[in-house]
Design a binder for this molecule. Structure first.
Ligand code: ATP
Length: 137
C-alpha cells in the first residue's frame, strides 16, 4: 500500500482551505486513511523538516509551523506520492502552475498552504512523526 503524508499548514487552515484540499485528492481517486487536527511542536517539526536543518529559513519553518493548528493526513493509492506532489504544485507558489493548489491559492514560499512528502522514505518518516500505526486505517 502506497501512502503519502499531506499537511494543510497553519496558513491553509486559517484561510479555510481544508475542504478544497481534501476535495482535490478525493476527486483524483485517492483514499483518506488517517486525518487529525494537530498543534505541532518544535521537536516534531525538527524531525519532520530534518532535511532542512542548517538552512537560513529553518528557524522560520519551526516558528511558523508551531504557531497554530494544522491538519495532518495520510492518503493512500497507486502513485499517490508523485501525484500528490503534482496536485500541490511547485514549492514556490510563483512557479506553481494554475490548477495546482499552490498555483491557485498561494504567492509566498513561506505561506504555501500545504505540505506533501517528496519520496517514499520521506513519507515513512513523516507519517511516523505525526501518526501511530493504529491510527492509519
Ligand atoms: P513541503 O515540504 O512543505 O511540501 P516542498 O517539499 O515542496 O514543501 P521543500 O523544499 O521540502 O518544499 O521545503 C519545505 C518547506 O520549507 C516549503 O514548503 C517552504 O514552506 C519552506 N521553504 C523552502 N524553501 C524556502 C525558502 N527559500 N524560503 C522560505 N521558506 C522556504
Amino acid at each position: 500500500r502506497e501512502h503519502t503524508f499531506i499537511m494543510v499548514k497553519h496558513d491553509g487552515v486559517q484561510r479555510g482551505l481544508i475542504g478544497e484540499i481534501i476535495r482535490r485528492f478525493e476527486n483524483r481517486g485517492f483514499k483518506l486513511v488517517a486525518i487529525k487536527s494537530i498543534q505541532a511542536t518544535r521537536a516534531q517539526l525538527e524531525v519532520h523538516y530534518e532535511d532542512h536543518k542548517g538552512k537560513n529559513y529553518f528557524e522560520s519553518l519551526l516558528g511558523y509551523g508551531s504557531s497554530g493548528p494544522a491538519i495532518a493526513m495520510v492518503w493512500e493509492g497507486h502513485g499517490v506520492i508523485t501525484a500528490g506532489r503534482s496536485i500541490l504544485g511547485a514549492t514556490d507558489p510563483i512557479k506553481a502552475q494554475p490548477g495546482t493548489i499552490r498555483g491557485d491559492y498561494a504567492t509566498a514560499i513561506g505561506r504555501n498552504v500545504v505540505h506533501g512528502s517528496d519520496s517514499e522514505k520521506a513519507a515513512k518518516r513523516e507519517i511516523d512523526v505525526w501518526f501511530k500505526p493504529e491510527e492509519i486505517l
